[in-house]
Design a protein around this ligand. Structure first.
Ligand code: ADP
Ligand code: MG
Length: 629
């Protein structure tokens, strides 16, 4: 067995460097943090070859006293904390006293610094951990640190360096985070002698967001502000029409430090749920400011993760603030003119906008024909399952054929189609429909059996009939499920459904959740499950079909699906199944009814998957496109 021995400080530092210094961007981050901690008002960053060759950070902060320069590059030496208690009230970005020592161990590091009360400055050079003596030098107040040839003495790490472009990308990201967190500081960034960013001091980060991510995004931001028990939440979130495939554009700053926090990320996604296409990620620039004692920053070497004293409260504050804000903000997606086409590069939006502008042309032609059509009598009426809050659970007659071919209480009705939702015909539903249809006709026009074109006060709106109906049904269903009044149909003879072993296990395991949705299941021996009731809304589908769909969702949720997510998924599915289809011809009355109900929906602008339900073209947009203004 080899003998145990103490590692040399150099090896210790290399190990520490391995944790903290992964690539040039890590150095940029550490040097910037030091400059911010030194209360600088201006920080200049210049890089060469993405930072692999040279990283120079010059600040006008407090500087380092000549006699302390050797300590600055020693490991576990810091001016930011002095005892263990201080760890619980860290007010600076740094406190571990390891960064400079780590960097110096794996590069050629040069520090020049001068404090305000000193006549001249001093410099010290450390090459691969070996420090030269401190030498006097003339320099302005503040500190300049230069790091050359990163990893020159650690070939393993050096091998992992990527192209200058990739490394530069990471370095820019490090600058972005600090610059967004500290808008009051003037930052400049240059690469290979060329200026990349010039960011003068500002009070709101909107200007910085514009500088880093473009005006288009910056103009579509929603400002957020809330305060609760000493915790301030502020900043911006993007309109849901801007999204990304990953969470990379979710900037979260805690007391001036960029952090990642899974719970808060979850709250963010939760707030955008239903406003965004599934799989897309929202964009945010949010800062949390709270007393330092409420958070432990000493849990991660690069301090990107922190531990909150009361994570639940923050979760609620974030979710609550965003939800309230969204409810009071007009999130209508705007199509039309080039100037307002959302986020260039986001292909689905481009496509939507392109399709939309064809539609405008088409709608113009069609509008002329509308008058002729108004006189034509519409096919027999069909009602949406809109009311029915008080509808009692129905006893179904014994069935020998699949339910979907029958209309329960008026089997002879000729208009009932297989893919149409269950036709409520209680007096209750009817009176509501009559009321809605007695309102002034809305001048809506159905085009291609897919879209409804409606004249609005200042333009036209093109509505996706399926998306809108789906959203309305989804909200109605959700409210009913949450308040426990979802109508379900009891089957007189429960229907046995054959599933696979995994499917039947999932169905039985989640039978309570299914019951909440109106689907009652029991084991029936082997892989067969007995369905004894299911949602009235889905009466045009067979119970087996409904159950199979639901079970598929259950299984997709993994072994421990989150009950809320699952419920939501299931609601989406039911709403989607029950809604009129893309391609269904609607009668005038159906159109009226659908449009009348849209105002009941909390978010009528997005389908439950987050696609827009409508696009708005203002008269100005049209006038502009037709070159009238
Ligand atoms: P930490 O930031 O965790 O204290 P560092 O190794 O990053 O550890 O820095 C060591 C010390 O050097 C700091 O505590 C600070 O006193 C000093 N220092 C580093 N950079 C600067 C700077 N740009 N301006 C003033 N002081 C600095
Ligand atoms: Mg530091």
């Amino acid at each position: 067995m080899p003998r145990i021995h103490q590692l040399s400080p150099s090896v210790v530092n290399k190990i520490a460097a391995g944790e903290v210094i992964e690539r040039p961007a890590s150095v940029v981050k550490e040097l910037l943090e030091n400059a911010v901690d030194a209360r600088s008002t201006r920080i200049d960053v210049s890089l060469e070859k993405g930072g692999s060759e040279v990283i120079r950070v010059a600040d006008n902060g407090c500087g380092i006293a000549v006699d302390e320069l050797p300590l600055a590059v020693a490991s576990h030496a810091t001016s930011k904390i002095s005892c263990a208690e201080d760890l619980f009230s860290v007010a600076t970005l740094g406190f571990r006293g390891e960064a400079l020592a780590s960097i110096a161990e794996v590069s050629r590091l040069l520090i020049r610094s001068r404090t305000a009360d000193s006549e001249g400055g001093a410099e010290v050079e450390v090459v691969g951990g070996a420090a030269s003596p401190v030498a006097p030098i003339g320099c302005p107040i503040g500190t300049t640190i230069e790091v050359r040839n990163l990893f020159f003495n650690t070939p393993v790490r050096h091998k992992f360096l990527r192209s200058a472009q990739t490394e530069m990308g990471h370095s820019i990201e490090a600058v972005t985070r600090l610059a967004l967190a500290h808008p009051q500081i003037h930052f400049t960034l240059s690469h290979n002698g060329r200026s990349v960013h010039e960011l003068p001091s500002v009070s709101s980060i909107r200007a910085r967001i514009a500088a880093f991510f473009g005006d288009e995004l910056a103009n579509d931001l929603i400002e957020i502000e809330s305060e609760s028990d000493g915790v301030t939440l502020s900043g911006f979130v993007a309109n849901p029409m801007h999204s990304r495939a990953t969470g990379r554009m979710q900037y979260l700053f805690l007391n001036g430090r960029a952090i990642r926090d899974r719970a808060l990320q979850h709250a963010l996604n939760e707030a955008y749920r239903g406003l965004m296409l599934t799989g897309r990620q929202p964009i945010c620039f949010l800062r949390l400011d709270m007393p330092a004692e409420l958070v432990d920053v000493n849990v991660h070497p690069t301090k990107q993760e922190v531990r909150f004293q009361d994570p639940g409260r923050l979760y609620s504050q974030l979710l609550g603030t965003l939800r309230t804000k969204f409810l009071t903000t007009d999130l209508t997606a705007r199509g039309s003119t080039a100037a307002s086409v959302p986020s260039v590069g986001e292909s689905e939006n481009d496509a939507a906008a392109a399709g939309a502008s064809e539609l405008v042309q088409w709608a113009k032609n069609e509008l002329g024909k509308q008058v002729e059509r108004a006189g034509v009598s519409s096919p027999p009426s069909f009602e949406f399952p809109l009311g029915g809050e008080d509808a009692p659970a129905r006893e179904l007659p014994m069935r020998s054929e699949p339910l979907r071919l029958h209309r329960l209480d008026a089997p002879e009705a000729p208009t009932f189609q297989m893919n149409r939702p269950y036709d409520h015909s209680d007096a209750n539903t009817r009176s509501r429909l009559e009321r809605t249809s007695s309102e002034a006709p809305s001048n809506a026009l159905q085009v291609h059996n897919r879209y409804l074109v409606v004249e609005t006060d200042d333009g036209i709106e093109v509505i996706d009939q399926h998306a809108l109906h789906e959203r309305i049904l989804y909200e109605q269903l959700r409210d009913k499920v949450l308040s426990g009044v979802l109508e379900s149909q009891k089957l007189l003879v429960p229907e046995p459904v054959d599933l696979t072993a995994t499917e039947s296990a999932a169905a039985i395991e989640h039978s309570e959740l299914l019951a909440q949705l109106g689907v009652e299941v029991q084991p029936f021996g082997g892989e067969t499950v007995l369905v004894s009731s299911y949602p009235a809304m889905l009466a045009n589908l067979s119970p087996a079909e409904v159950l199979r769909e639901l079970v598929e969702k259950l299984l997709a949720g993994g072994r421990q699906p989150d009950a809320r997510d699952l419920l939501d998924d299931l609601l989406h599915m039911i709403a989607c199944k029950a809604a009129v289809k893309f391609g269904d011809r609607l009668t005038g009355e159906e159109i009226e009814s659908l449009l009348a109900q849209r105002h009941l929906a909390q978010d009528q602008h997005h389908c439950p998957h987050g696609r827009p339900t409508s696009l708005v073209f203002t008269r100005d947009d049209l006038d502009r496109q037709f070159k009238r203004i």
